[in-house]
Design a protein around this ligand. Structure first.
Ligand SMILES: *Cc1c(COP(=O)(O)O)cnc(C)c1O
Length: 349
């Protein structure tokens, strides 16, 4: 247990003082009961979505509880994990005063959200094998460092962070540590979810956008202490997860076998691609990956990126990211797509 940790020292004063908006569906919660609902100015004619959705998404959270064994009071759902990350900024970071620490090269939204919210960014580059520089991170942190973002497996490098180093950071960093586990279902590493109770400053975010194959419905999941979750709940838009998303989420979560099979296939394809990429001449390095994409170093990333586009294949050019000079990020597709990618790469002159 972290010594002297008090969430009240991290929360923004305006949020601490905030009285949240009470929606119609918050004031009368039992909306499964046979009642006459004349409280929310909805159109009364049933078309499946004429009613506001459950603002607390309780049915979805019950299924997540069954699957992950995390109590519903430790769960917050968002319109994608991007919304959750934004809520974390707005709950804890005071504009023009606080800062957050990010570890480039990493997911671009942390920096965008910091800029939108007028929060200073302190960058500590990863090592050459894309691991956190623990001492440097702890040394640059100051009294105004509210959040440390760890993306593991990391986007765009694909590797997971060493759990021993992550644990040191969670224990010694005085603010919140957000571990973005967007790719955890492809990883050989354990989720930090299992250790949530040990660390009052830990926030784990996951998403249905990658392994669960539902980027189109926008559902992100945040796991943290009940204190942190209740702060984020105070500031979330009342109906942030729409009815269709809640329904599709429940359907998908209940089809674990289907999801697991797809993940298996993607991992098999990933390994197949790694093997084939080794005989592509213009590739000089294939970085180890624990996710559903592969970072490769080529001779000239921008040239190869544009050549691939002309052949009808879109990959991600990461050459402008720190430590990623001349790197392309390749998402694992279906077998026929991966096969075409490899054949096309081999033909490029
Ligand atoms: C894709 C991605 C996300 C996006 O999550 P959404 O739930 O689709 O908003 C979050 N974090 C990382 C690291 C990602 O690569």
């Amino acid at each position: 247990m972290k010594k002297n940790f008090n969430i009240n020292n991290l929360i923004r004063p305006s949020v601490k003082a905030l009285k949240p908006y009470a929606s119609a569906r918050d004031e009368f919660k039992d909306f499964d009961k046979e009642m006459i609902f004349l409280d929310a100015n909805e159109n009364p004619y049933n078309n499946g979505v004429n009613r506001y959705p459950d603002p607390q998404q309780n049915k979805v959270k019950e299924i997540i509880f069954e699957l992950k064994k995390v109590s519903t009071k430790n769960i917050l759902l968002g319109n994608g994990s991007d919304e959750i990350l934004d809520l974390i900024f707005r709950g804890f970071c005071e504009p023009n005063q606080d800062n957050v620490i990010i570890l480039p090269p990493t997911y671009g939204m942390y920096e965008v959200l910091a800029n939108v919210n007028a929060i200073e960014i302190i960058k500590v580059e990863l090592t050459h094998d894309f691991q956190p520089k623990v001492n440097q991170i702890l040394n640059v942190a100051n009294d105004y460092s509210k959040i440390l973002f760890l993306c593991s497996p990391n986007n765009p490098s694909g590797n997971s962070f060493d759990p021993i180093q992550v644990e040191t950071l969670i224990k010694q960093f005085n603010g919140l540590v957000v571990i973005d586990e967007a790719y955890i279902d492809f990883s050989e590493q354990k989720s930090w979810l299992q250790r949530l109770e040990e660390f009052p400053n830990l926030i784990v975010t996951q998403t249905l956008s990658k392994a669960y194959g539902m980027a189109g419905i926008r559902l992100g999941i945040c796991y943290a202490s009940a204190e942190i979750i209740s702060i984020l709940k105070k500031i979330k838009p009342p109906y942030n997860v729409n009815e269709l998303t809640q329904q599709k989420t429940m359907e998908r979560l209940l089809k674990q076998n289907e999801v697991k099979k797809e993940i298996q296939n993607i991992k098999q394809q990933r390994d197949w691609m790694i093997e084939k990429l080794q005989s592509v001449d213009l590739i000089s390095k294939i970085y180890p990956t624990d996710a559903n994409f592969i970072l490769v170093k080529v001779d000239d990333a921008t040239k190869r990126y544009e050549q691939l586009i002309k052949q009808g294949i879109v990959v991600r050019n990461r050459t402008n990211q720190p430590l990623c000079h001349n790197c392309l990020r390749l998402t694992v597709g279906i077998p026929s797509e991966n096969d075409i990618l490899i054949k096309t790469l081999k033909k490029l002159a």
